[in-house]
Design a binder for this molecule. Structure first.
Ligand code: CS2
Ligand code: MG
Length: 408
C-alpha cells in the first residue's frame, strides 16, 4: 500500500496545531499530530523539508521499519522536535493500518483491557471561592478526578490559572499566549510552598476525602523542596504530584522518594524511553506523563509503557489542548488497550478546534472512550483548517524577584 502523498497542515483555530496527512494509493488517509507548543513551525519544517520526501513511495504498512528508518537515518537522535515529527508519521500510519483493517486502532493494540478510560480535568481559581466553583463545574461536566491549581499570594500570574474568565471557557487555561514573543511571569517558591497545603486542606474540607485530586508543580522546585511539598501534601492523599522537580537529572527523584509517599508523575517534557530509565527501573515515579505526540508515536510510547509495566509504573498520558485531537485520540486508543493504565488528562478543545477536527470519542461519568470508528476516529476538515492560519504563540517564562530566570 504505497504512500502517494504526505502534506503538513498548520492551522490555528483556538491555538496552533500541526497535522501530517498521509494518503495511500488506495485512497486511505491517515492523520498524525505534530504539534509542539511554541515550536510548531520547527516540527512543520522538519516534516515538510526532511521527512515527507522520504515517505513518498514507501509501503504505509511498514510502520516499524518506517519508525526505525526515521529515528536512525536522521543521525541526530532524540529531542522534542525530532520525536514529535516521528510521532506524526507513526500515528498517521497506524490510522491508515487500522482503517485498512476496518477496526478502531485499539483493536490492533491488543483490544480493550477496560470499558472506559478514567479522565481528570483542570480546576483552578484565583481564590478559594473561584477554585471551589471550578471544581463543582468539572464535577457537573462529568469529571470524577480533578487537578487543582491556584493563584499564590504575592505572585501575579501562576501556571494553570486563567488571568481572566472568558465566557464559555471560564475554566479553561491555555498555556501558550498568542504574541510575537514569550511573556514574562513571576515566581516565588517560598510563597508557593506555604500556600499549596492550605489549598488542599480547604478542598478536602469542602469536597471530602474520596475525590481523586492531582496537582502540577510544573518543574519549579529543587529536589528537597519537592520532597517537602510531597510530605506536606500527604494528609490530603493526592492521586499524584506532577513535575515536582526537573527530571533531566533522574537521580534527583531518589531524594524526593526518600521523603514522601505522595505518588509522583513525570515526563510530559521527556521524549524517549532513555529519559525514563532510572525513573522507572528504580520506581522513582508512579506515572509516565509522556504523550503519544511528543514521544515518537504509538509505536514508541507503547514500548515505553510496556517497560514501565515491568516496574508497576502506570500511564498518565499528557492531554492538554496543545495535544491536537489527533494526538489525543491516539492516546485514548493506547489507554484502552494497555494493562498498566493509570489516568488520562482531558482538557476539552474549543469549539473552533472541533470545527476543524471532527472527533468521535465520548466522555461521560468520568470516563473517556475512543469510539469504534475505523482508525483513530478523527477527521480533518481542510476547508475549515484553511480559515485559521498560524499565529505566533509562546509559553511564558519565569523570573524570580531578583530577576533570575526560573523554570516555568
Ligand atoms: C501542563 C501543560 O497539562 C499539563 O500537565 O503541564 O498544560 C503544559 O503546561 C503545556 O502542555 C505546555 O505546552
Ligand atoms: Mg504538567
Amino acid at each position: 500500500m504505497k504512500i502517494v502523498a504526505a502534506e503538513v497542515i498548520v492551522t490555528s483555530p483556538d491555538r496552533n496545531f500541526v497535522t501530517l496527512k498521509i494518503t495511500t494509493e488506495d485512497g486511505i488517509v491517515g492523520l498524525g499530530d505534530g504539534t509542539l507548543n511554541g515550536r510548531e513551525l520547527s516540527v512543520a519544517s522538519y516534516l515538510a523539508d526532511h521527512v515527507v520526501p522520504l515517505l513518498l513511495g514507501r509501503d504505509a504498512h511498514q510502520i516499524e521499519d518506517t519508525w526505525q528508518f526515521l529515528y536512525r537515518s536522521a543521525y541526530w537522535r532524540r529531542g522534542p522536535v525530532t520525536m514529535t515529527a516521528i510521532a506524526a508519521v507513526d500515528v498517521a500510519l497506524w490510522d491508515i493500518k487500522a482503517k485498512a483493517a476496518g477496526m478502531p486502532l485499539y483493536q490492533l493494540l491488543g483490544g480493550a483491557s477496560r470499558t472506559g478510560v478514567m479522565a481528570y480535568g483542570h480546576a483552578s481559581g484565583r481564590d478559594t471561592e473561584e477554585l471551589f466553583d471550578s471544581v463543582r463545574h468539572h464535577l457537573e461536566e462529568g469529571f470524577r478526578s480533578i487537578r487543582v491549581q491556584t493563584s499564590v499570594p504575592g505572585i501575579d500570574a501562576v501556571y494553570g490559572v486563567p488571568a481572566t474568565r472568558s465566557a464559555g471557557r471560564a475554566h479553561h487555561y491555555e498555556p501558550a499566549q498568542r504574541a510575537p514573543l514569550p511573556a514574562e511571569e513571576d515566581w516565588d517558591t517560598g510563597a508557593y510552598l506555604r500556600h499549596v497545603p492550605t489549598v488542599f486542606e480547604a478542598v478536602r474540607g469542602e469536597f471530602g476525602a474520596d475525590l481523586p485530586l492531582l496537582h502540577d508543580a510544573h518543574h519549579r522546585l529543587t529536589p528537597i523542596q519537592a520532597a517537602r511539598l510531597g510530605r506536606d501534601l500527604e494528609p490530603y492523599d493526592l492521586f499524584w504530584l506532577e513535575d515536582c522537580t526537573p527530571a533531566e537529572n533522574q537521580d534527583a527523584l531518589r531524594l524526593v522518594r526518600q521523603h514522601t509517599t505522595t505518588p509522583l508523575a513525570i515526563g510530559e517534557v521527556l521524549n524517549t524511553v532513555w529519559d525514563y530509565q532510572t525513573l522507572v527501573r528504580e520506581q522513582l515515579i508512579d506515572y509516565v506523563r509522556s504523550s503519544v505526540t511528543h514521544t515518537g508515536g504509538v509505536t514508541a510510547l507503547r514500548r515505553l509503557l510496556d517497560f514501565a509495566a515491568q516496574y508497576q509504573v502506570k500511564s498518565g498520558i499528557h492531554g492538554p489542548t496543545d495535544i491536537s485531537p489527533v494526538g489525543f485520540a491516539a492516546g485514548l486508543h493506547l489507554d484502552l488497550a494497555i494493562h498498566n493504565f493509570g489516568i488520562q488528562e482531558y482538557m476539552p478543545h474549543g469549539a473552533l478546534t472541533n470545527e476543524v477536527f471532527r472527533q468521535t470519542f465520548t466522555f461521560g461519568d468520568g470516563y473517556l472512550h475512543p469510539g469504534t470508528a475505523p482508525g483513530l476516529g478523527v477527521e480533518l476538515d481542510e476547508e475549515a483548517a484553511g480559515r485559521f492560519p498560524y499565529q505566533p504563540a509562546y509559553l511564558p517564562f519565569n523570573r524570580l524577584k531578583d530577576g533570575t530566570v526560573h523554570d516555568w
